[in-house]
Design a protein around this ligand. Structure first.
Ligand code: UDX
Length: 447
């Protein structure tokens, strides 16, 4: 143990799986360094399961929204409303109790919870910002309001100043339905991240060396800690959970040849329309040279509960060539030797999980940081291919064929293997993430 056993860290995640999971992973890493952990979460929106984390203390605070606000509003609207003052008082009360009861090392909050800076200031505790995504996409996104002010968002095909690999259309607000709300949110995130004490990313130096230098300049003098990949450094903890039986996807993968299966999943938030769903189904069915494991999240196809929009007889026609599931243990799936490619929406967790297993990607980004992530995967790191803007069965089949049968020719597989080795190395003693974690522990202890 090299942390402070009597020092308490307060962590406050965003209540969405793609943000909550990395925050909980970070909490586990810091707990393994000797810190006590309290997780504050928003009541009734995707609450975590305290029984999965017996060593942590959980405190919930009300969000101040009506039930219909929670069910009818989009993610950005909900985040904006909570940031707008509704949660300040409950958070203040909760932090006051924790401060009175223990020695607080810092308050670590998701970058989106910018309202928390005023609470940290009031109690004179340091706020450390966790950006659960990568560094490049974060820098490009928080620069968006300035680009708009300076009239630099003319054509959606224009390259972004300072990010020659990205185009204007890769920024979230350009495609979104409520661009102004997103820009206001990004503006506040930038201001309050500058006002914070430090910044953590789920990324690593070898993957984003140059963006890291730029990030250090932008947020100077605050330290930046690239601590990823989080999920690869979790200590093997004893929990009270019974051992889980192997998931049906893994048993199915066990029957398939090496690198013969395309894994398809679009994460926890993205939705598609029934027409796109049918095009995906035919694109997969027509790619007869590979197997596929397809996660269709209930509610992912708008207007359907699950598979109602599939063509009649589709599942029987595909037979053993494909398996459709509601959920898969993705990290284990990606590590399985039968997996040869990942058709992904490029949420950052999926992207870094794929990088860590050396699995090449077919990219179909949908929202938020996903467009920028996809562009980096295809054009900067060279470990995947970008599908066109429209989901059409012929284009899908072409993309899958290229990924699954020609991946060795273009060097995609070699680069993916190389990045996997770098990801493996950075968390070992002497690696950049290993060192960065030690620096963060020192930073927290030196109050
Ligand atoms: C959201 C945002 O949309 C994304 O842009 C941001 O980077 C993170 O939050 P999300 O849709 O949640 O993304 O996708 P992703 O970041 O990839 O996270 C999904 C997580 O759920 C991954 O850790 C993945 O392993 C897990 N998952 C998903 C499963 O374990 N099984 C599944 O079947 C589906």
């Amino acid at each position: 143990m090299n942390g402070g056993s009597n020092m308490q860290l307060i962590l406050f995640p965003l209540p969405y799986e793609g943000h909550m999971n990395p925050m909980l992973h970070l909490a586990q890493i810091l707990h393994s360094k000797g810190f006590s952990i309290t997780i504050i979460h928003i009541q009734h929106i995707n609450s975590p399961h305290p029984s999965d984390y017996p060593s942590f203390t959980f405190r919930s605070i009300p969000h101040g929204l009506s039930g219909s606000d929670v069910t009818s509003r989009g993610v950005v609207e909900i985040i904006t409303l909570v940031n707008d003052g509704r949660c300040v008082e409950p958070l203040r009360k909760c932090v006051a109790e924790l401060v009175a009861a223990s020695n607080i090392g810092c308050l670590i909050t998701d970058a989106h919870w910018h309202f928390t800076q005023s609470v940290a200031d009031e109690f004179q505790i340091r706020r450390v910002v966790l950006r659960t995504g990568n560094i490049s996409a974060f820098l490009a996104m928080v620069g968006l309001p300035d680009l708009r002010r300076n009239g630099l968002l003319r054509s959606s095909e224009d390259p972004l100043p300072d990010f020659p690999h990205l185009r204007v259309k890769d920024l979230p607000a350009v495609k979104a339905q409520s661009p102004l709300l997103i820009e206001q949110l990004l503006s506040s995130i930038l201001i309050q991240t500058k006002a914070s004490s430090a910044l953590i990313f789920n990324s690593f130096n070898d993957l984003e060396h140059e963006p890291l230098l730029r990030c250090r300049q932008l947020f100077s003098p605050n330290p930046i800690f690239p601590l990823g990949p989080f999920h690869k450094q979790l200590p093997l903890t004893q929990t009270s959970l019974p051992p889980q039986p192997p998931h049906s996807s893994l048993s199915w993968l066990n029957t398939k040849p090496r690198k013969s299966v395309l894994y398809v999943s679009f994460g926890t938030l993205a939705t598609i329309d029934p027409h796109e769903f049918v095009e995906i189904a035919w694109g997969l069915a027509n790619s007869s040279y590979c197997f596929f494991l397809w996660v269709v999240r209930p509610g992912m196809v708008s207007g359907s509960e699950w598979l109602e929009s599939l063509p009649d007889g589709f599942v029987e026609m595909v037979g053993e060539r494909g398996l459709i599931v509601k959920w898969a243990p993705q990290r284990e799936v990606l590590a399985h030797p039968a997996i040869g490619g990942f058709w992904t929406h490029n949420g950052w967790n999926s992207t870094i999980e794929s990088i860590c297993e050396g699995v090449p990607m077919l990219c179909y980004p949908c929202l938020g940081d996903q467009m920028a992530n996809a562009r980096y995967v295809s054009d900067v790191w060279g470990i995947g291919l970008l599908l066109g803007d429209k989901l059409e069965r012929g284009e899908i089949e072409k993309g899958i064929r290229k990924l699954m049968t020609e991946r060795e020719n273009g060097g995609i597989l070699t680069r993916a293997k190389d990045l996997k080795e770098k990801a493996d190395f950075c968390i070992k003693e002497g690696g950049s993430t290993f060192q960065s974690l030690q620096n963060l522990v020192d930073f927290i202890l030196n109050t």
